[in-house]
Design a protein. Sequence first.
Length: 311
Amino acid sequence: MNTTNNFSNIINSRLKLRAGPAGLHFFNRTTGLNILVDEITPPTSSWSAAPRHVSIALTNACDLECSHCYAHKHPSILDFNRLMSWLADLDANGCIGVGFGGGEPTLYPQLIELCSYATRKTNLAVTMTTHAHRLSDQLLNELVGNLHFVRVSMDGVGTTYESIRCRPFDALLERITAIERIARFGINFVVNSKTARDLDSAVHLAADLGASEFLLLPEESLGRGGGIDNETSITLQKWVNGYRGSVPLAVSEGGAEGLPTCDPFIAETGLAAFAHIDASGIIKRTSFNESGIIIRENGVMAALDKLKTIK
């Protein structure tokens, strides 16, 4: 038996390879396995041109009115055929995953077809950020096999959550239990003066539900959000420093200041690591940036190249 060839076949069929300044990055979209070989620095000419991850706001539409929402409120929705072209180009240029959001991505009329295309025709990991209330059993059944990770927004628990989202908290828990049957999931938790008191309860509940990650999102001063205040920031820092729970913590890049973080891709930052495409077809450095580059007929990579020239 040729062991080398067998290993090579496993690599080619199950792991996507990305080369960059951090080293050689192998990724399995089904299991979420990441292997970084940082003893090797690939030549610059071989580095992947696309960001490691790209978030895409499929639509600005949302059926909730959350008090801290930063998403744009003007009506916009991305064209399906353009999206397919962008996904193919991102995949070919070394992107390992796309995250569909909004607005609320389950309001995008061709969500099922889009996830199916991304899974069948590319090697991209497909993730989604959602409030989860529209993820019916029927929709979840249609997404089976075409969705690798779901990020569920859960800002506070019980009455705190209900005062922000105006939806029953028990209904959210029911939907999370349903999601867990078809894909791995994590919890997105916006931290502000109202939700910080629920951190312990929320992370314990996340562990009980089987979450793979608990993502802390200190509130941004954008849109309806007033931003996290200094007192709450200090509370969050103390909470993170004392955290001993079983669910891995993560934090948004913009909210990481003052928090202990561990980034194995420290050499791969900025647009090498992440970009955002809004529902108007503008590619930006993050979803919080007001400006960016319109993706025109020459494609997403041309727009990305132009964005890289802007400081």
